[in-house]
Design a protein around this ligand. Structure first.
Ligand code: DNO
Length: 412
């Protein structure tokens, strides 16, 4: 696989010169300064692309070209926004970029309740506590019917079976220990520190993120899973002619976490979901970002089986792995452990296409990463550690398969 790295543009504290030293071949990035819903112009794409190339790397994948909410909930200006999207696709292809990662998650991109959860080895990782998230929903967001929906929520244990956890009971216990400061920290983790840098609906300086959150949720009133699927199909069918014309590969990112939250439908969470959207628009340009991390956070998923089944429609890979606790909470595991078997996944993807772009995803925060102002989950040293591990896996698998492995940056 092509060794790529998610880089957040010239403002990223991690520079391209640093990435060059650690064997990165391709860059995964976006035009983070273009407001949601505006065309990405050829000029801007060209500028960033040339900057990346001046470091001897290429712009391999766009992550993300955001699909704005109106397309997801089928608002009155959806067709106009689809035209904007098509225009950006044409401009990207004209600059030689042919792989787009996007998601179809309503309102919220990936979500975690703790961004610096201590690991036994003294580093920290992202963490998702179901009761803390439910507390946010019930007591901070105060969503209508939130209590009822958590009462019905079936938590899965690591074996993929409901574990009988009583979330409401835990939320009520948790409430006794919460303070305004802890509430604020939860809002920061779920919204402020995580949604802005992925070009989501919220910005770090939003003064009233909760009000905005409620307004966005209201847009999805009456939109169930079936309807959201229809809206995704509508979007994909509308852009496919452009994708064919300019050979653009769309790869949807799985929902993270891969289960229903906040009463919002989630439609890329499991084998059945992935089969559905691939079959609904049976065109090779409609493909998948195989995010082993998001998929492994869902105890319903056997990640290796999913990779075997969907490798031929996968155009981009995210390598990371999650650990699901007996109570159903989850955290990031080592890139050599957890529920996603990255060694076996590497075998599967290397066999299908050794050129497939791959980035390591979410690394530990370690050895001072926490003081550098990196985006949550996107540390330098932690991700570099993971990248080293994954490069070792690829080199070993390539040897097994008789593929020549090259580590960039050396004389050999
Ligand atoms: C999280 C990322 C996601 C991903 C988007 C794609 O770390 O994997 O934010 O970039 O969902 O649109």
């Amino acid at each position: 696989m092509e060794k790529t790295w998610r880089w957040f543009g010239k403002k990223d504290n991690i520079t391209l010169a640093m990435l060059k030293q650690i064997g990165v071949e391709g860059i995964v990035t976006a035009l983070h300064d273009v407001p949601l819903g505006e065309v990405w112009t050829r000029e801007k794409i060209h500028d960033l692309k040339s900057y990346i190339e001046s470091y001897g790397m290429r712009w391999s994948v766009v992550e993300s070209l955001p699909v704005v909410e109106t397309i997801k909930y089928a608002g009155p200006d959806r067709d106009h926004q689809i035209e904007v999207y098509k225009e950006s696709l044409r401009n990207l292809a004209a600059e030689g970029i042919h792989t787009i990662c996007y998601n179809f998650m309503p309102v919220l991109d990936w979500a975690r309740t703790d961004l610096l959860h201590a690991n036994p080895n003294g580093t920290s990782n992202l963490y998702f506590s179901i009761p803390e998230f439910a507390y946010f929903d019930i007591y901070i967001l105060k969503r209508e019917n939130a209590r009822e929906s958590w009462a019905d929520f079936k938590v899965l244990g690591p074996d993929g079976k409901p574990n009988g956890r009583d979330i409401l009971k835990e939320v009520d216990e948790l409430k006794k220990t919460m303070t305004p400061e802890k509430d604020h920290a939860l809002v920061e983790n779920i919204v402020i520190k995580t949604q802005g840098f992925v070009s989501g609906n919220f910005k770090e300086d939003d003064e009233h993120p909760i009000e905005l959150f409620r307004e966005l949720l209201a847009l999805y009133k009456g939109i169930d899973k079936k309807q959201l699927r229809e809206n995704m199909k509508y979007f994909l069918e509308a852009i496919m002619p452009v994708c064919e014309e300019c050979d653009m590969y769309m790869c949807v990112h799985p929902d993270d976490p891969p289960f229903q939250i906040l009463g919002l439908p989630r439609i890329v969470t499991s084998k059945e979901d992935i089969e559905w959207f691939l079959n609904a628009v049976p065109n090779k340009h409609n493909g998948l970002t195989f995010c082993a991390g998001s998929l492994s956070a869902g105890a319903q998923n056997n990640v290796v089986e999913l990779a075997r089944q969907f490798a031929s429609r996968t155009w981009f890979v995210h390598l990371r792995s999650c650990h699901v606790f007996p109570n159903g909470d989850f955290t990031e595991a080592s890139h050599l452990g957890g529920r996603a078997d990255l060694i076996e996944l590497t075998r599967i993807f290397e066999k299908v296409n050794p050129q497939l772009p791959m980035r390591v995803d979410h690394g530990m925060t370690m050895l001072g990463d926490e003081t550098k102002g990196y985006n949550a989950g996107y540390s330098f040293l932690g991700r570099m550690f993971a990248m080293g591990q994954v490069q070792g896996i690829i080199a070993t698998v390539d040897r097994e398969l008789g593929i020549e492995y090259k580590q960039p940056g050396f004389f050999d």
